[in-house]
Design a protein around this ligand. Structure first.
Ligand code: ADP
Ligand code: GN1
Ligand code: MG
Length: 362
C-alpha cells in the first residue's frame, strides 16, 4: 500500500490547516489523521475498497444533510450528532491529492469516547440505542438515490463465491494450510442465502443502512456514556436492517478483540446479545416490521459468517484488502468469527427467543 503520509502536507494546505496531523483511530480501511491544532479529522478514502470515491462523497453529502435536518427537527444538535463535512479553502467538499487519491475532512467531535471492545454492558447498550436511532433517523430515506459504493457488500453468497475464487487462484499458496477454515465456510452455503432470499421474496424491506456497525463506528459521550454520533458513513447504502444489527453483534457481543489468537477466550456473550437487542429496538422506536425483528438472529449469524469468509479470502489473496499489522492477522480474525458463528449455532434457540421477548414492533 502506498503510504498516505507524503500527501498529508498538501491536504492540510488545501483545508487551510496547520498541522501537525497524526495517525488516528483503528479503522481497517481508510487512512485517518487528526490535525491536532485545529482538531480536524482528515481522511484518505481507500481506493482499493471504494473504486468510485466521488460516489462515496456524493452519498456522504446527501446523507449528512438528511441526518442534520432530521436531528434539527427533533431538537438535537447536528454539529455533534451527525458527521459534518468540512470544505476545502476553495469550497469543494473533498480534495484530490497529486497522486489522485480522495481526501475529506470532518470536525473532530469533542468530549466523546470510541471503544474497541464493549468494556461494560452499558457501553454496548448505548451503542445499540445509537445504531437503532440511526435506523430511525434514516427511515424513509429515498434509497434508490444512493450509490452502491461497494456493490453486493453484504450479499453473503457473493462473498462465498469470492472465497471460492480466492481458493481456486491461491495466489500466495496458502489454501492447503487452511483447509479446516475453508470447509467451515463451504459447508454453510445454504445459510449464506437466507437474508438475500428473504429480501428477494419481499419478506425484508430495503432501507438506508449503515453496513459497518462496529462499536468503534459510534462515538459515546465521555461523561454520560450515551451515544452521540454514528460515524464512518461510506457504506450507507440500500440494505437490510438485520445487517446493521448483526454486524454490531459480531463485533461487540464478546470479550475479545477481532484478531484474538487464543480461541478459548472467544465466545458469544448471550447477555450482551440480549442487552444490545433490547437497546437497538428501543432506538428504532418500533419502525421495524415483525419479520425484520424475527430475522435479527440471522443478521448476527450471517454477518459473522460473512466477515469470517471475507477475512479468509483476504488471507488467501495475500492480505490486500484489510489493513494488517502482523502476519496471519487476517487468519486469526477469520478464526474468531468462525468460533462466534459456532457459538451462535449452538445457542440458536436462545438467540431467537431473546428477540421474541424483546421485540415489540409497531
Ligand atoms: P475507517 O473507515 O478506516 O474505519 P473511520 O471513519 O471509522 O475510518 O475513522 C477511524 C476512527 O477515527 C474512528 O474509529 C474514530 O475513532 C475516529 N473518528 C473518525 N471520525 C471522527 C470524528 N468526526 N470525530 C471524532 N473521531 C472520529
Ligand atoms: C472494515 O472500515 P472499518 O474498519 O470500520 C470493513 C467492514 C468489516 C470490518 C471488520 C468498507 O470496517 O466491512 O466488517 O473492517 N469495512 C469495509 O473489522 O470493508
Ligand atoms: Mg470505522
Amino acid at each position: 500500500m502506498i503510504s498516505a503520509e507524503p500527501y498529508v502536507p498538501e491536504v492540510l494546505a488545501a483545508y487551510g490547516l496547520q498541522g501537525p496531523a497524526l495517525r488516528y483511530g483503528c479503522g481497517h480501511i481508510n487512512d485517518t489523521f487528526l490535525a491536532t491544532r485545529e482538531s480536524v479529522i482528515v481522511q484518505r478514502v481507500s481506493l482499493n475498497a471504494f473504486p468510485h470515491p466521488e460516489q462515496v462523497m456524493a452519498n456522504l453529502l446527501a446523507v449528512t444533510d438528511f441526518l442534520a435536518a432530521r436531528i434539527r427537527a427533533n431538537g438535537g444538535d447536528p454539529s455533534r450528532e451527525a458527521l459534518q463535512i468540512r470544505r476545502c479553502l476553495d469550497g469543494s467538499p473533498f480534495y484530490r491529492d497529486t497522486a489522485g487519491a480522495t481526501w475529506r475532512a470532518f470536525p473532530c467531535i469533542q468530549h466523546v469516547k470510541c471503544y474497541q471492545t464493549a468494556e461494560t454492558p452499558e457501553i454496548f447498550a448505548a451503542a445499540g440505542e445509537a445504531f437503532g436511532r440511526f435506523t430511525l433517523l434514516l427511515n424513509g430515506y429515498p434509497v434508490d438515490t444512493l450509490y452502491e459504493t461497494i456493490p453486493r457488500f453484504h450479499d453473503t453468497p457473493y462473498r462465498l463465491q469470492q472465497l471460492r475464487d480466492a481458493i481456486a487462484r491461491d495466489p500466495v499458496g496458502r489454501a492447503a494450510s487452511v483447509q479446516r477454515e475453508i470447509d467451515f465456510a463451504l459447508t454453510r452455503e445454504a445459510d449464506c442465502a437466507v437474508a438475500m432470499d428473504a429480501q428477494r421474496k419481499g419478506i425484508l424491506p430495503l432501507r438506508a443502512c449503515h453496513y459497518d456497525t462496529k462499536l468503534n463506528n459510534v462515538l459515546l459521550d465521555e461523561e454520560t456514556g450515551k451515544g452521540v454520533c454514528v460515524i464512518d458513513l461510506d457504506t450507507v447504502m440500500p440494505g437490510l436492517s438485520i445487517f446493521d444489527f448483526g454486524d454490531a453483534i459480531r463485533f461487540g457481543a464478546n470479550h475479545c478483540t477481532e484478531d484474538e489468537r487464543d480461541l478459548s477466550q472467544v465466545s458469544l456473550d448471550l447477555d450482551l446479545y440480549r442487552i444490545y437487542a433490547r437497546a437497538f429496538l428501543r432506538g428504532t422506536h418500533g419502525i421495524l416490521t415483525q419479520a425484520e425483528v424475527s430475522y435479527l438472529p440471522w443478521g448476527a449469524r450471517l454477518m459473522t459468517l460473512e466477515c469470517g469468509i471475507r477475512f479468509l479470502a483476504d488471507y488467501l489473496n495475500g492480505d490486500v484488502y484489510f489493513h494488517t499489522q502482523r502476519p496471519d492477522q487476517n487468519l486469526d480474525r477469520c478464526r474468531t468469527q468462525f468460533k462466534l458463528v459456532s457459538d451462535m449455532e449452538a445457542h440458536w434457540a436462545q438467540l431467537q427467543s431473546a428477540v421474541r421477548q424483546t421485540g415489540t414492533p409497531i
